[in-house]
Ligand binder design. Structure first.
Ligand code: MN3
Length: 199
């Protein structure tokens, strides 16, 4: 199986004013497409040909850095598009909200810590809400890395590479992260990944 660039699950202008049409055009059509194309070139003839995206990410980590970078970013972006929706944010589904209260000290504390993880990721990378050993945890990773290679299952992630926010927010990464968590998150997709990770 080779990598395929998925269509955005909404129109390019559907996330305005929090994420612009221009940002999504560059981010999806140029950046994500490049990870897919480069990843496919690196997959050819490798031991990972025919494997799922998750298997390529886990298998190439620490072994084939160039392939890992592109496979990791492909996995991350497949979900990043689905972790957002028009009129996102708002109430967190009940079972997940309960778990956030139990493991992360409440919804407001979770939001603060998630934003702080993104703000404090030095340089390019991601911040995450993940399930590890049955518990929710907040993580941050550099570049294309994700919780899969640290024994955890991501259920929400925010891209803090400058290409994700510089057109709309310039250097104001904290404002971008706040808009993401308050106005863009598709909690139904987070809940779905949470259920799969804990079933
Ligand atoms: Mn990106």
């Amino acid at each position: 199986m080779s990598f395929t660039l998925p269509d955005l699950p909404y129109a390019y202008d559907a996330l305005q004013p929090y994420m612009s049409k221009e940002t999504l055009e560059f981010h999806h059509d140029k950046h994500h497409a490049a990870y897919v194309n480069t990843g496919n070139n690196l997959l050819k003839g490798s031991e990972f040909e025919g494997k799922s995206v998750e298997e390529v990410v886990k298998g190439s980590y620490g072994k084939n850095q160039a392939l890992f970078n592109n496979a990791g970013q492909h996995y991350n972006h497949i979900h990043f598009w689905q972790w957002m929706k028009p009129n996102g944010g708002g109430a967190i589904p009940g079972r997940l909200e309960q778990k956030i209260k139990e493991d992360l000290g409440g919804v407001e504390k979770f939001k603060e810590d998630f934003i702080q993880a993104g703000v404090s990721q030095f340089g390019s990378g991601w911040c995450w809400l993940a399930v590890k050993d049955g518990k929710l945890t907040i993580m941050k990773t550099p570049n294309g890395e994700n919780p899969l290679v640290h024994g955890a299952q991501p259920i929400l992630g925010c891209d803090v590479w400058e290409h994700s926010y510089y057109i709309d927010y310039r250097n104001r990464r904290p404002d971008y992260l706040k808009a993401f968590i308050e106005n863009l998150v598709n909690w139904e997709h987070v809940e779905k990944m949470f259920s799969e990770a804990t079933s």
